[in-house]
Design a protein around this ligand. Structure first.
Ligand code: KG4
Ligand code: ZN
Length: 336
């Protein structure tokens, strides 16, 4: 079964053709990062406009790269939640038009479920149930993947998402948006033990995250140094920050897995591209005897293939959208 997956929830216009949720025939991503960089973050209105300009060519390129036409496609899957509302609306409206004009079924896909599904593409043997660490620019969650379309959130962030914390720390260090990848790069040559940073915990919620204290600690170190006219070692601070946030994300995931009896772990979302997070997950999973599945680097960030993959399972579960489908800015995976 061939699914056309369309994604436009933030600053990537993306489309892909995916077979049976696992085999990618094409995956086209038009990123807007260079444009948003000037403003230090995603400008929602600008993102919507660029999606409008790009979406036709991106979808057309995805079909051409897969060597298919719309008539070969079995269903159109589209991200409808969560994300920037104006940005989501472009993908949803376009997908509705394509589905109606071609007479193909329309399948609404939750963006975070899509991130999780990126793992099915890379790992043919991965099947639910398993525990997934989701860490992106807007979400940090520990999720029980009970089935392909059924999720239970056991931990979530109380303030910033992990990617947001990376981006804010990066800004303090003078790196441009999106800073996560630059912290990762700087950390390669830094000493991860140079700065002692807090491991904030949430009282009464063992698996919940809180990153605002960690972010404030980085800001304070930078400002104190500035006031004293001292230079901070950016690479050391980047490495210390990356080590600390990786420990927080991974330790909570390991505790949740042990408590809930999961032996299979996956990671998903932009932050799962981080080298510190990946290597610590690998080490801790090995120590605990857990099997670990990581998405390949190119499927960690937003893309259409993950929506095509999840769209297949949502299709099998009977999920359908029609001309009344709307975009939704905020929606938990538990409420899909
Ligand atoms: O999943 P994603 O592409 O978009 C959302 O759904 O939010 O995640 C984007 C986030 C950004 O905050 C970005 O800085 C972060 O993922 N990110 C990274 C790395 N690559 C992307 N953070 C840390 N290390 C990386 N290598
Ligand atoms: Zn995303």
């Amino acid at each position: 079964m061939l699914i056309l997956g369309i994604e436009s929830s933030c600053d990537e216009t993306a489309a892909a053709v995916v077979e049976d949720g696992r085999i990618v025939h094409s995956n086209i991503v038009a990123t807007q990062i260079e444009e948003h960089k000037k403003f230090g973050g995603v400008v929602p209105e600008l993102a919507s406009r660029r999606h409008c300009e790009n979406i036709y060519d991106v979808v057309d390129s995805a079909l051409k790269a897969a060597n298919v036409t719309l008539s070969d496609i079995d269903a159109v899957a589209v991200t409808y939640a969560p994300g920037l509302i104006g940005a989501l609306l472009v993908g949803v409206s376009f997908a509705k038009g394509v589905a109606m004009a071609s007479g193909k079924p329309l399948v609404p896909v939750h963006h975070i479920a899509g991130h999780v599904a990126a793992n099915y593409i890379a790992h043919p043997d991965l099947k639910p149930p398993y525990l997934c660490l989701v860490a992106s620019g807007g979400h940090s969650q520990i999720v029980e993947v009970l089935d392909y379309t059924k999720f239970r959130i056991v931990g979530r962030t109380r303030d910033d998402a992990a990617g947001e914390a990376f981006d804010k720390a990066a800004r303090v260090l003078g790196f441009c948006y999106p800073g996560g990848v630059q912290i990762d790069r700087a950390a390669q040559t830094g000493d991860p033990k140079a700065y002692k940073l807090p491991h904030p915990s949430v009282t009464g919620s063992e698996y919940d995250f809180s990153f605002s204290g960690l972010k404030t600690a980085v800001i304070n170190i930078a400002h104190n140094a500035e006031q004293k006219g001292e230079e901070i070692n950016k690479n050391d601070l980047a490495a210390s920050f990356q080590r600390t946030i990786s420990e927080i994300l991974v330790d909570k995931t390991m505790s949740a897995a042990r408590a809930l009896g999961y032996k299979t772990i996956a990671a998903a979302g932009g932050v799962s591209a981080n080298s510190g997070v990946r290597s610590l997950l690998e080490r801790r999973c090995r120590d605990n005897g857990f099997k670990l599945y990581l998405p390949p680097q190119e499927l960690c960030g937003d893309n259409g293939a993950m929506i095509g993959a999840q769209g297949y399972y949502d299709y099998l579960a009977g999920r359908r959208g029609d001309e009344s489908l709307n975009a939704v800015a905020t929606m938990s995976m538990e409420d899909i």
